[in-house]
Structures are given as structure tokens and as C-alpha cells.
Design a protein around this ligand. Sequence first.
Ligand code: HEM
Length: 499
Amino acid sequence: MALLHYLHLIYELTLTSTSTPSNKLKLITAIIALLTFKYRSHAIGTRRRDDLKEPKGAVPFLGHMPLMASIPGTRLHDTFLKNYRELGPVWSISLPGIGRMIHGDSPELVEHVSKTNFEAYEKGEHFNEALGDIFGKGIISTDGEDWKSKRKQATQVFNIKVFREYSSEMFSKESQKVVDYLDKAATSGAVVDFHELMHAFALDSFGSVLYGESFGCMKNIGGKVPFAEAITELLEVASDRLVDPLWKLREAITTVGAETRQNGIIMRQHILRMIAKHRAEDWSDPNKKRDLLMMFMEATDSDGQPCSDQYIVDMMLNLTVAGRDTTAQGISWMMYLLLRKETDPEILETFIREVDETYGDNLPTFETHKKQKFAEAWYTIKLIYAGESFTWSTYTMGRSELIWGPTAHEFRPSRWLGGEKSKSLNKSNPFHLGPRACVGQGFALLQATTIMGLVLKNFEVKLVEPGRLPAYGSGMTLPMVGGLPIRVSRRIHRVDVKA
Ligand code: HEM
């Protein structure tokens, strides 16, 4: 607003016929000097905040934009961690066109924003505008009443017992394909990229659970599946848009805009095809297994009317995009943490003992999943003005000595067990907390405990490079750069994969 005011002033004063050229020049110089003074240490359009610490490197008008642009994606989270260590839990940066971003890596603040005062912190205009054409009017990019009714519906569907049992059966079935694949690798001694394998598994299992049909990625690991490519590219675009105020211009003058539209079409057409396929099926058998799409086709909206195809497409697209990379990468990091040489070997042993005890000689079910408490624990491991946003870093909080004490760097799943679990929720929670926490959390845990349980029950897994900490990539999730090469050999007491 202030900028518009000044520009208007320039216009008024410089374009009047009575002003001489020299006066006009003086006036423009004075206004530029004034603006430079006003925005000498922060981005144009943002408020100066002397009460908040900032990393060094802000420049007039652009604030921290040049600094942020200079940080490679593979260093971003560590830079945030460094800021936390140097500046404390609350610090901020200002970015033109995006506003001031306040980082608050403290359990109390996270709890305040996510739970206690949740209503006051919406996703906001910038977020919803940047992601609106990608996620449509789905649960991710909406706020207020619209979000509330979608959230309620999604939560209900995820909690329906028959659907949970169906998911469990499908995750088990798809995990079997991974076991078969690893079985061959155990025989040949081949190195397997577990990260790549988990991306194939995650999409296939999502295909089965969400749409009743696997995408066939496991048959062609590393091969191209248009639906999978579309998700990857859409997520990249979404992540770029959130930090680039000029994304509209960038996409208009490059091929990114057209590619994004095309990827949206690929995803939406697939979902529409699946809706048509399901409509043509016989629904009369009450015992017919129901995938997630069918659950939404049967559900009603907030007015009690059947949901429109457009509504269902948006909902399914949101759930698919939110769930694929997060789960694949979460499972890969889990595997790495378990196997790296710094981790106490007792943790892997406890995990395997739990799997052996809960599965016996059977395959995992929804009931066995509920008993995998250790596996689950292992996986889970101020004032703001308008135009400012609040964020926090799970990566930073998970490594904070202030929060976890001197053993912060140790991998200890026990922190999420029993009574400790509820105390730890606001300390570093990859699913966040409060009303906007991950709606697919239970679903992700079911998938992770099933696949990890079956893999570790059947194989002894070794990292090919035990001393290498995988680098992370940039984006909305945390991909591993260079994958996670492993070697497997069969364990003696294994579940018969053909059973
Ligand atoms: C390891 C796996 C996963 C992690 C770490 C994860 C993490 C998260 C986080 C942190 C949020 C909150 C984002 C925010 O506050 O803006 C979120 C939201 C969400 N997640 Fe997940 N997620 C995972 C898996 C899944 C799965 C499997 C699904 C669905 C099948 C899913 C669906 C969603 C949806 C729809 C939202 C938006 C909820 C809302 O806005 O009300 N997620 N997830």
C-alpha cells in the first residue's frame, strides 16, 4: 500500500505541466532516497520488524531474496537449522511479493498456531492462489467453511472400518511384490535403490487403495509412468511457486505453464476414467470391497447431495499428490536411519522382534499393524501482522538440543512411545498437529509398518554405502539425492512370500 501511495505521488507531481524537468528529477530522486531509506533492510512491501532477529544478508528493497536464491535446495534445511542455532527459535526473513516469513521453531509456538489459536492462522491467499489451479478446490488449498466440510468428509472416509481393512489388505498385497522383487535381488546379489523402489511401491499401492487398480510401476522400476511423472512435476511446480513471487510471469514465458496444465489434465483424466469404470461396475453386493474413490462416490456433500465428479476429482487428486512422495520418502529415510552405523543395533533388533511376534507366520493385517507400536514410533519420528506468515521446520526441531537435550542427534524411536508420545507431539511432528494435521497419517503409518515389517521380516538389509548420509533434494517433501542403494539377503525365518 505504501508503495502504491508513493507511486501515485510521483505520478501526480511529475506529470503536472507546471513542474520543470529539473524539479521532476529532484522529486524522483527524493522519493527514491526515501524509499531506499524506508526499505534499507527489508523487502519492499513488508513491515520492518526490529523485534525479530534476522539472518545477515538482507539488501534494500529485495530483503532476503538474494540470500535465499543463493542457497541450493540441498542446503536449505541445514541453513534453517544454522539460523535456529545462531538466532534462536524465532527469526524471520522478508521477501518481496511474498511478505515476511516468521520461523518459530518452538513447541509452544507450534502448538499455539496449530491448535490453540488455529482459527487465526489460515493457509492464506498467497498459498491458495499459488496452488489453486494445481489442487483445484481440494482440501489442501482451501480455508474456512469449505475446508472444514472437506476435512470432515475425508476424516470420516479414512476412518471407515471396511476401508481400513481393505487398505491393509492392499498394502499387504503390494508389499508382497516388493518382497518378490527383493527375493530376486537376494539371489542375484544385485544392488537395489530402495528409494526408487519405494516410489514405485507407493504409487502402486496408492493405485490399488485409492482407485482399485495398481499403476504397474513395480513391473517396470525406473520406467516412466505418465501419472507418476505428472505428480512429480506438479509437486515441483507447487514448491517453486511458494517461494517465487514472479511465478506467473516465469510460467508464462517458459514452457512450465503449459506443462503444468498438461500434467493437471493427465491426472484429472485418469481419475475421471476411474470414476466411469466404477460406475459401470455392479455395486449391488454389499460385501463388495470399496476403494477410496468408491467411498467418495458413495459419500454426500455438506448439503446431503451426491458429490459432483469435479468435487471427487479434486478430492482424489489432493489425496494422491499429498500421499505419494511423502510416504515413499518417509519409508526410505526410515530405512536409512535404522541401518546407518551410528544407530544403536538394538533398535533394528527390537523392530524385527516386534514384527516376528506380531506376524508369526502370517501376513500383516490391520490388527497386526495396530500392535506394531515400536515401528509406528520409529516412523513418527507472537504476533503476526497481515501480509506476514508463520512457519516452522520439523527438520530443525527434530535436531534441536534445546528441545531434546544433548542427545538430540541420536535416533531414538522410544521418544514417541507410550506416555512420551503425547508429550512429543508438538516437539517435532512430521504430520503436524491440530485440526489441519495430516489427514492421511493413519494411512501412511499403516502402509509404512506393512512394507517395512514384511521387508525386514524376510531380509537382512545392508546399506551399500553405510558411511554416506544421503543428501536431500529441494521441494515440498524430502527426496534423497542419489537414492538409497541397499543389498539384501534372505533371513532364515521368513514368511513364505507365495503363501
Ligand atoms: C509420511 C507420510 C506423510 C507425511 C510426513 C505427511 C505430512 C503432512 C503434513 C505435515 C501436513 C500438514 C501440512 C500443513 O500444515 O500445511 C499434511 C497434510 C495433509 N496430508 Fe499428509 N503426510 C503424509 C502422508 C499422507 C497421505 C498418505 C495422505 C493421503 C492419502 C495425506 C494427505 C494429506 C492431506 C489431504 C493433507 C491436507 C490436510 C488439510 O489441509 O486439512 N498425507 N501431511
